[in-house]
Design a protein around this ligand. Sequence first.
Ligand code: FAD
Ligand code: MLT
Ligand code: ZN
Length: 469
Amino acid sequence: MNPLIEQLQHILGAAHVLSDGNLEAYEKDWRGRVRGRALCVVRPGSTDEVAAVVKACAQAGVSIVPQGGNTGLVVGSIPDETGQQVLLSMQRMNRVRHLDPANLTVTAEAGCVLQRLQQSCAEQGLLYPLSLGSEGSCTVGGNLSTNAGGTQVLRYGNARELCLGLEVVTVQGDVWHGLTGLRKDNTGYDLRDLYIGSEGTLGIITAATLKLYPQPAAQLTAWAAVASVEAAVQLLGLAQRELGAGLTGFEMMGQFALSLVDKHFPEMQVPLWRDHAYCVLLENTDNESQDHARERFEHVLEQAIEQGIIGDAVVAESVAQARKLWHIRESITLAQVQEGLNIKHDISLPISSIAAFVAQAEHTLVQAIPGMRLVNFGHLGDGNLHFNVQAPEGVDPAAFLQTHEDAINTLVYDSVKAFDGSISAEHGVGSLKVHTLPHYKDPVAMALMRRVKDALDPGNLMNPGRVLS
Ligand code: FAD
Ligand code: MLT
Ligand code: ZN
């Protein structure tokens, strides 16, 4: 037997070191684009075990790929094809360690599934606001390592802004005990911010202390139809002015994106999509009452209709109806999977430039690739679009990607750059964008990132080939 596997079995017990059997769930990425092969999968149950695994791997010169729920969309959480890497799954470290209602914080282990954390907090009348379509599987550690966004960023910020403290196993196998619940602490470099968004390339997050909010008195959802991106942006401005911090969600969905949901999940009964170029999902959170929330929301929508910004709108009458509307939005990704492999773009732009960007980039794509189908949707309130490209009707998606993916990426990313945007708003770099990033990111920033990586991980043992090549 491989001596490292033997040593890892000694540390964790044989049951928690998997080296044969079907490891596909750990080795294949969520989109089914890539399947790697691990030397073994280890499932530590404590921070000390993670540290011992890291030390053993470092001694053997073997690299580690950390994995949470494996829902990442940029091929960052699976091993490469060499069969030499150790896949470190955090799934067993899933406890909510401590909830402090007076401090409005919760400390949870990295493998805790987001939805479970949300539920534990809700049971205490508290809100952990991070919310993503993958929340039934993604984990606290994965969320922080990717600095995940989702549908509540507009009000509460992304994962980074919700994190106060971290516990991290460094590349050397030391434990940084940084689980503070302090909102103010200016005692040197912000190591927490360095690890957040580092996609497992600088160390392993084993636990985090996160910010909570009181559960609001009411949350109302509306679905509005608009004729253009310009109109959606106008509606955003109006809703922000009228609702202020009450506006907690603002998502835009293009007609083709919704047609895919209608096609693959007809039981969802997508409203208003047939006659309008875009639909918008708005959420109004209110700390007073349901009636107060409805009154303010209806006032916004009435004004929007009067000003000709929206064509039509529905306000959910119940929590169940609101859930259905959100479920439609969150099913766009799955509808795309049903339609076949596609080219994903996860971009951000200044909101003031979004309409011009969409017009220009869509025009360029239509000219270059006749028949391509644009799945344009996303978190408009954050200036973040999922500007995805699906193969023309009847064209084999895999062949389409093979031929056109690089050219399409260049067209879209050049446009993003021209409008001062970012090529990754929330999914990260992984290995999918690792060779693209240097073309679009400031060279000095790239060089500094390289120096940070070399300083913290001189042997390139932590998720090599991700973020930096
Ligand atoms: P994984 O996929 O397991 O890992 C992601 C990265 O983090 C990898 O690089 C991995 O090595 C690293 N990592 C994982 N855990 C640790 C750890 N403990 N320590 C160090 N590194 C670690 N993302 C958004 O931002 N917004 C969305 O709205 C959104 N919606 C999605 C909807 C669907 C249907 C799907 C499938 C994905 C969506 N995602 C979204 C992407 C994905 O769910 C997020 O990136 C999520 O945060 C990943 O969490 P995970 O636990 O699955 O991490
Ligand atoms: C979303 O917002 O639904 C996601 O980030 C997933 C996607 O891009 O498909
Ligand atoms: Zn998203």
